[in-house]
Design a protein around this ligand. Structure first.
Ligand code: FEO
Length: 395
């Protein structure tokens, strides 16, 4: 794959990681990309680098555009310090010997004190600061906590181009570089999964950011994120989706998420699904043994009802349920209702522990939960159907 022109004198020079399958707990089952961009104006400027393992691809792409001489690059802009974007920064600074390295105040602190410990020729920029490159200008916008404290956007008004760091990305390795070159449903599924797993907890900040972009009057016809495909021509599609996702608007949809030991809790789960569907609710039945936590989060994004099931194991819930609830709690979903269920043998604490976790994360309990001893009988399952109906009616 070569460097790709995305605007006049602006190139994608990043790397495609076809093989990565885990991104701090997120299942990247179709890989990802680490996008970096090069602007060749009077001042030649590199925006972000790539994961250390992929620096060869970045160097190859830069050589291709610059005729083999990396020292022609004047500036490096570090929009985000996380290692998938700054992992090869030290080597790139050594090769390029830039006149300046631009970053946010938090980026400066992180790079100097915590990541690379080298006193590079930093220039710290804040929201509203501008940098003249020649014909093009860069306007900086700090985007704290989207997705780290140091994150920022770089906007080039002459190109109506927003280089957006982690925001608006997708973990999806493709040979195409633009969103309009791939199938829209799959693209939006990857974008939704990315939002649900990385940005959901920062939804109030996303709302503020979208308002700031409007207030600043940024005219945008291309959004170039640090992962996945570039939105060109109609970036409104992803801006509108971020507005919707960050409002956490829910559909009449429920998830029944469970683990099971000897299929008793699974029988209860299926009975609850029957009750929900009888009331016209769209349901996903998700067994934690075959559904990855990060794929379930994609479904959580627009679900109103969350029903969790686990048998009791050693006075507690099953480990996969504990894993999932811990992950979910960190992402702080809003506006959810639900309950819990599970079979047990003698003590039966799983439902109590699950409902406590649900209350802790602000999920409204519509029922204290249903637990059944050993293998559920007909009456027990009828109670589970009723539990499903009860959740549906509360939605
Ligand atoms: Fe793609 Fe927050 O790093």
């Amino acid at each position: 794959m070569g460097a790709v022109p995305i605007k006049e004198n602006v190139y994608w020079v990043g790397a495609v990681d076809w093989n990565v399958r885990d991104f701090h707990g997120y299942s990247t089952w179709k890989g990802t990309t680490y996008n970096a961009y090069l602007v060749t104006d009077d001042k030649i400027t590199l925006f972000d680098t790539v994961k250390e393992s992929h620096r060869g691809e970045l160097i190859h792409h830069l050589h291709e555009v610059l005729g083999g001489d990396l020292t022609r690059i004047d500036y490096i802009v570090v929009n985000h310090v996380e290692m998938d974007h700054s992992g090869s920064l030290a080597e790139m600074v050594a090769r390029i010997k830039p006149e300046k390295v631009f970053c946010s105040p938090m980026g400066h602190k992180a790079l100097l004190e915590h990541f690379h410990h080298q006193d590079w020729p930093y220039e710290v920029v804040k929201t509203g600061d501008t940098l003249k490159l020649g014909k093009k200008t860069v306007r900086f916008l700090e985007t704290k906590m989207l997705h780290w404290p140091d994150s920022m956007f770089s906007y080039i008004p002459e190109d109506k181009l927003l280089i957006s760091s982690d925001a608006f990305g997708q973990h999806w390795a493709t040979s195409e570089r633009f969103a309009d070159q791939v199938a829209a449903p799959e693209l939006m599924t990857h974008a939704a999964k990315y939002y649900a797993n990385i940005l959901l907890l920062y939804s109030p900040l996303v709302q503020k950011l979208l308002a700031t972009v409007q207030e600043m009057g940024l005219v945008i016809d291309m959004i170039a994120p640090d992962h996945g495909l570039i939105w060109r021509g109609n970036p409104g599609v992803i801006l509108e989706a971020y507005d919707r996702w960050s409002r956490q608007e829910a559909a009449r949809k429920a998830l029944v998420i469970y683990d099971t030991m000897w299929h008793s809790t699974e029988k209860m789960a299926k009975a609850i699904v029957s009750g929900l569907t009888a009331e016209g609710v769209s349901v996903q039945l998700l067994n934690l043994r075959v559904s990855h936590r990060s794929d379930i989060l994609t479904e959580v994004l627009d679900a109103r009802g969350l029903v969790f099931g686990s048998p009791t194991l050693n006075n507690n819930m099953m480990p996969r349920m504990a894993d999932f609830l811990t992950y979910l709690k960190g992402l702080r979903p809003k506006g959810k209702i639900g309950t819990a269920f599970g079979s047990y043998g003698w003590s039966g604490e799983a439902v109590k522990h699950i409902t406590a976790a649900m209350e802790e994360m602000g999920i409204e309990l519509v029922d204290p939960g249903q637990k059944l001893k050993y293998v559920p009988d007909h009456d027990g399952l009828r109670g589970c159907v009723e539990l499903g109906r009860k959740v549906a009616k509360a939605m």
